[in-house]
Design a protein around this ligand. Sequence first.
Ligand SMILES: Nc1ncnc2c1ncn2[C@@H]1O[C@H](COP(=O)(O)OP(=O)(O)OP(=O)(O)O)[C@@H](O)[C@H]1O
Ligand SMILES: [Mg+2]
Length: 370
Amino acid sequence: MANHPLISYVEEARGRGMSNKQIIDALTSAGWQTHDLTNIFLEHIEVSREPAIPESADSIVTVRNVSKIYNKTIKALDNVSLEVKRGSVTALLGPNGAGKTTLVRILTTLLTLEHGTARVAGFDIVRDAQELRSVIGLAGQYAAVDETLTGRENLEMVGRLYHLSVPTSRQRADELLHQFNLDEASDRVLKTYSGGMRRRLDLAASLVIRPQILFLDEPTTGLDPRGRFALWHVIRELVKDGTTVLLTTQYLEEADQLAHKIFVIDHGHIIAQGTADELKKQVGGDVLELHIADHGLIDETVRLITPFGSEAPRVDEDTNIITMPVSGGASILIDAVRELDSANIKINDIVLRRPSLDDVFMALTGHSAE
Ligand SMILES: Nc1ncnc2c1ncn2[C@@H]1O[C@H](COP(=O)(O)OP(=O)(O)OP(=O)(O)O)[C@@H](O)[C@H]1O
Ligand SMILES: [Mg+2]
């Protein structure tokens, strides 16, 4: 049969997780005529045999084998699969350049999905992109609000863009300004807002349509601790009201505070997943961090404290800071101080702290998150 190679191509492309639409697009751009393709699909291939994405009943996001290559060279996502449970907070945790924004942009239809499949809120993100946009909210890494408009005008404009009536847009803007503690600033132009206020307004703008799922790309980066706490509180309230949240962050602490489930991403790969506690267990408990005064004594210090650690110490040569995963609580701290004191090693600072993203990274990959 003349069209045999085409049929094998389609079967093979489906095996790789491509949808009918993606296959047709690929073939059209390779020069095939639409009517040929339609005939093939109708005569020889069951159109209903879309690759079924195994999706559990309570998941609102299902990502399967998604890859993204920029400019044919930069592999920003490499075969990413993940699920988000309805009503939960899920964090995508990773350092700069890990691929977090790329995934968020794909799932919110701002970037075309080329490899793999994904469903959000029951919609196929490629085939049903239009419908999907009306049930999701996005607060991107860089605020999408208009500097020259007031807070209220920004929110009303979003309402109008989503085809809400003028009175409904106004009412929704009022509700949100109140909810986000921006009543007083509501008639000021955004240029006069602080970073924290801007973030809150951006979040409010993503909620105008009461989304089922909210995507937050690094919602608290650049905020001071107070602003960060305030935003965490807002996010928790939204989740209490039934909104599902998928957020990205560079901070293990933030994921720890907010997320039920964490996916750790590095160079486009999901390298670990679990709860914050499960991830921290990979580090082996707490981290002993000490700063010694004399650079020349680093090797001796490392030798003396190694027996107290659950893994080998790591030395930052620039800062003279030694970190080491430990399990055994505060007594380790006291033992380490005694040992160093009896060897006359002067300590500038010593703390026992919870693991950071960097410690988790070190444990998982053997290299730091930088
Ligand atoms: N439009 C683009 N064109 C080319 N390369 C891109 C583009 N956008 C992102 N990249 C590259 O893809 C990779 C992933 O970028 P992405 O923005 O998704 O990372 P990220 O995890 O959001 O990082 P950050 O924490 O810095 O926001 C990086 O190597 C980045 O340089
Ligand atoms: Mg980003």
